[in-house]
Design a protein around this ligand. Structure first.
Ligand code: NAD
Ligand code: ZN
Length: 391
C-alpha cells in the first residue's frame, strides 16, 4: 500500500510499504478514506520528537471503513464506517475506566522511556514516534487499529467524511481545552494560536457559554477565520502588545481563561534553536516560552490557563510565582478523545457545530510532502490539510 513515511527532519515521502496485518485478536484493519495533517505532526516533521525512526508511518487523524477484524472484536462488522480516536486505549485499565483514555496504562509499550524523566507517561498514539508506542499511522491506504472495540466509533452515513473527521482529534482537543476552562456565562476566553486547535477551542468556548472570545496569532488569514467563523475579536501579536490590548479589552482585569493552542514551538520563543539539543537529551530548556508566559501573565486572578498545545522535555523559568500569587488553575494534556465522541457527534449531526470550515486544502495522499511543507510554513493560506487516498 501507499503511506506517508518519515525519513528525517523536513523529509516525508509517500512510499510503497507492506499492508498492515491483524497481529492480535482485538485488532481491526481500516481502509482509510480521509486523514488530516495535524499541528502535532509538525513536531515530528521539525525533528523535535527524538524517537522517530526512518520508515515510520505518520498520521493520527483518520477515518475509514472496516475491512478486516480479529477474532476478538465483537462490536463491529466489515463495512462499518468509523472514525478512530488518536490515543490508543485498552478500555480495561484503571485510567481507561476513569475516562482518562489518553493516559491508558496498557497501550504504550515504550512508556518506560519517559518514566525516569516524567514519573509516568501517557497512552500509545498512532503514527507518533516510539515514545508513544511506535504504532503505524493512518496517513496511508490502510491502518491497523488495536483494541478495536474501544478504538473505533461508527458514524452515520448521512454525514460526510469532512464533517466527522475532526472527531478523531482536533474537535475534542479544542472542546476539552475549553471545557477545562470551567466557563461561566459572560466569561472572556483568550486563545493563543488560531490554528485548527485554537479555532475549534474558540468555537467550543462559545458553545460552552463564553460571551467574549479573543484569538491571538500573526497570520492574517487565520485571524480572519477566527473573526468570521468563531465570532472572535482578534489580536495580531506582531502588530499589537498582547498584554496591553487584553488588559484594555477586559476592563483591566484580564481574561477569565487563557488557552495555549500553540505549544512548544511557539514563534519567538527561542525554542527553534533547542531542537537539536532535544534530540540528544530530551531536556528542552529555554527561558522564553513566550506564549505560555504571556498566558500566565494575562490571565485574571483566580482564572484558568488551559494548555492543549504540546510541550516536551523541560520548559524552564516558568513564572510559578505568578501562578501562585494569582491563584491560577493550570490544566494540560493529551485529549481524552473517546470521552467526547458521542456528545460531539451529536452536535455535528444536529448542525450545532460544523468543524469542516477549517479545511483549506484537499490533497491526494501522494501530495503529502508538499502538504507538510505548506502547513509547516503556513503558506498559501494553509490552515488545515486533509489527505484523500482515493484522489
Ligand atoms: P498550528 O501549527 O496550525 O497552529 C499553531 C498556531 O500558533 C499558528 O497559527 C501559529 O501562528 C500560532 N503561534 C505561534 N507562536 C505564537 C505565539 N507566540 N503567540 C500566538 N500564536 C502563536 O497547529 P494546530 O494543529 O492548531 O495545533 C496547535 C497545538 O495543539 C500544537 O502544539 C499541537 O501539537 C497541539 N495539539 C494537542 C493535542 C492534545 O491532545 N493536547 C491534540 C492536537 C494538537
Ligand atoms: Zn492531531
Amino acid at each position: 500500500m501507499k503511506a506517508v513515511v518519515w525519513h528525517g527532519k523536513h523529509n516525508v515521502q509517500v512510499d510503497r510499504v507492506p499492508d498492515p496485518q491483524i497481529l492480535n485478536p482485538r485488532d481491526a484493519i481500516i481502509r482509510v478514506t480521509l486523514s488530516g495533517i495535524c499541528g502535532s505532526d509538525l513536531h515530528l516533521y521539525n525533528g523535535i520528537v527524538p524517537t522517530m525512526k526512518e520508515g515510520d508511518i505518520l498520521g493520527h487523524e483518520f477515518m475509514g471503513v472496516v475491512v478486516e477484524l480479529g477474532s476478538g472484536v465483537t462490536n463491529f462488522s466489515k463495512g462499518d464506517r468509523v472514525v478512530v480516536p488518536f490515543p490508543i486505549s485498552c478500555g480495561d485499565c484503571w485510567y481507561c475506566k476513569q475516562g482518562l483514555w489518553s493516559l491508558c496504562d496498557n497501550s504504550n509499550p515504550n512508556s518506560f522511556m519517559l518514566e525516569k524523566l516524567y514519573g509516568d507517561t501517557g497512552a500509545g498514539i498512532f503514527g507518533y514516534s516510539h515514545l508513544y508506542g511506535g504504532y503505524a499511522g493512518g496517513q496511508a491506504e490502510y491502518v491497523r487499529v488495536p483494541y478495536a472495540d474501544v478504538g473505533l466509533h461508527k458514524v452515520p452515513e448521512e454525514l460526510s467524511d469532512e464533517q466527522v473527521l475532526f472527531l478523531t482529534d482536533i474537535f475534542p482537543t479544542g472542546y476539552q481545552a475549553a471545557e477545562n476552562c470551567s466557563i461561566r456565562d459572560g466569561d472572556t476566553v483568550a486563545v493563543w494560536g488560531c490554528g485548527p486547535v485554537g479555532l475549534l477551542a474558540m468555537k467550543s468556548a462559545q458553545h460552552l457559554g463564553a460571551t467574549n472570545v479573543i484569538g491571538i496569532d500573526r497570520f492574517p488569514e487565520r485571524l480572519e477565520m477566527a473573526k468570521r467563523h468563531c465570532d472572535a475579536e482578534v489580536i495580531n501579536y506582531e502588530e499589537q502588545d498582547v498584554a496591553e490590548v487584553l488588559h484594555h479589552m477586559t476592563g483591566g482585569r484580564g481574561p477569565d481563561a487563557c488557552i495555549d493552542a500553540v505549544g512548544t514551538e511557539a514563534h519567538g520563543s527561542g525554542m527553534e534553536a533547542a531542537y537539536d539539543m532535544v534530540k540528544q537529551t530530551l531536556r528542552l530548556e529555554s527561558d522564553r516560552p513566550i506564549a505560555l508566559r504571556q498566558l500566565i501573565r494575562a490571565c485574571r486572578k483566580g482564572g484558568t490557563v488551559s494548555i492543549p498545545g504540546v510541550y516536551s522535555g523541560f520548559v524552564d523559568k516558568m513564572p510559578m510565582g505568578a501562578v501562585f500569587a494569582k491563584g491560577l488553575t493550570l490544566r494540560a494534556g493529551q485529549t481524552h478523545v473517546h470521552r467526547y465522541l458521542d456528545p460531539l457527534l451529536k452536535l455535528i449531526a444536529q448542525g450545532a457545530i460544523d468543524t469542516s470550515f477549517i479545511i483549506t486544502h484537499r490533497m491526494a495522499l501522494e501530495e503529502a510532502p508538499a502538504g507538510y511543507r505548506l502547513f509547516n510554513e503556513k503558506k498559501d493560506g494553509c490552515i488545515k490539510i486533509v489527505l484523500n487516498p482515493r484522489l
